[in-house]
Design a protein around this ligand. Structure first.
Ligand code: PEP
Ligand code: MN
Length: 351
């Protein structure tokens, strides 16, 4: 980190900062200018809160250079994390990007869920999404079918072989999830529910962690760090749009730049949710393409057997025929990306 001292501050003040840093085992380099002194400190700041230096007399600014997360960081692990599921499906690295599809909420029409699942399977998807416990803004909105929905999802998995992704809101439900679910989703609203992050950190199931609506990339990666430092290294990150001032035409703003930024900072897979990012079904295809071109390891999108009568998020859900058309075009693009990835793998000598 870099500590910039106030112009003309006393030698005592400078030495106090130096001593504090040395006490925490930082290597200190002093740069004395005509007017001000800049102190460079090299060491592991994870064991020390650098902001505490800001309260020392004569300190103008503390700048952090090393990212505060460790396990999620490329500095700690250079190779991409690739998550391998029981059925051989892989997510991350140079693997073929995956599509996860399914309704916002699992509803009482089981056949509707099954129709979506079969369409997803036919289009080459490996994952079925569907909310059982729903985080709704209003307590009067549909809250999800809970365990019944998990049973429906598990039955759909039995029929189709698709892996089930669904959101956990309460760590008391962990035993149910261990039973029924393949990927535990942590929703945007719970990205900083640290107790929940710790709980899924103890699970053996991969976690799909969604970016909070107002979370910085650093906060997002620190949330992943919570899961990882509790023992679970299988984290898939998901960019799903961040809040902005203009909600007239889109629900959120899809931060496409987060994909290459996160790939630079972290080895974890990152996928994109164009449904929650935009709130509009016509934007799913163009945003999916943008995400894939920008290097996303996959997509998660909402598909409903009857979007106009969906219990939640119908406006951002594709109907089954729309999904089939969109998926055909996305598969074409994924095929080209997959070809490039295979060529890259060959160049890198990766099997
Ligand atoms: C969802 O995927 O069902 C969901 C509620 O998304 P988010 O947490 O991104 O709002
Ligand atoms: Mn939804």
């Amino acid at each position: 980190m870099i500590i910039i001292m106030e112009p003309g501050t006393s030698e005592d003040n400078i030495q106090r900062v130096v001593k504090t840093l040395e006490k925490h085992e930082f290597k200190v380099v002093l740069n004395r200018g005509e007017v001000m002194t800049v102190i460079a400190a090299i060491g592991d700041k994870r064991l020390f809160d650098p902001h505490s230096l800001g309260s020392l007399e004569g300190v103008r600014e503390v700048k952090i250079i090393q990212e505060p997360y460790k396990l999620a960081s490329r500095e700690g692990q250079q190779e991409d994390t690739i998550i391998t599921f029981d059925n051989g499906v892989k997510v991350g690295g140079l693997e073929r990007p995956v599509i996860m599809a399914g309704p916002c909420s699992v509803e009482k029409d089981y056949q509707g869920l099954l129709d979506v699942a079969y369409a997803a399977k036919e289009m080459g998807c490996k994952f079925l999404r569907g909310g059982a416990f729903k985080p709704r803004t209003s307590p009067y909105d549909f809250q999800g079918l809970e365990e019944k929905a998990l049973v429906f999802l598990a039955r759909a998995r039995e029929k189709t072989g698709l892996l089930v992704v669904t959101e956990l809101m309460d760590s008391n439900d962990m035993p149910l999830f261990e039973n029924y679910v393949d990927v535990i989703q942590i929703g945007a609203r719970n990205m900083q529910n640290f107790a929940l992050l710790k709980a899924v950190g103890k699970s053996t199931k991969p976690v799909l962690l969604k970016r909070g609506g107002a979370a910085t990339i650093r906060e997002f990666l620190l949330a992943a760090e919570y899961i990882m430092c509790n023992g679970n290294k299988n984290v898939i990150l998901c960019e799903r749009g961040i809040k902005s001032f203009d909600q007239s035409f889109t629900r959120n703003v899809l931060d496409i730049s987060a994909i290459p930024v996160i790939k630079k900072l972290s080895h974890l897979p990152i996928i994109v949710d164009p449904s929650h990012a935009t709130g509009r079904r016509y934007l799913i295809e163009p945003m999916s393409k943008a995400a894939l071109i920008s290097g996303a390891h996959g997509l998660i999108m909402e598909v409903h057997h009857d979007p106009d009568n969906a219990s939640s998020d119908g406006a951002q859900s594709l109907s089954i025929p729309q999904f089939i058309e969109v998926a055909k075009r996305l598969n074409k693009l994924i095929g080209r990306i997959d070809y490039d990835n295979r060529m890259t793998k060959q160049e890198l000598g990766i099997k």
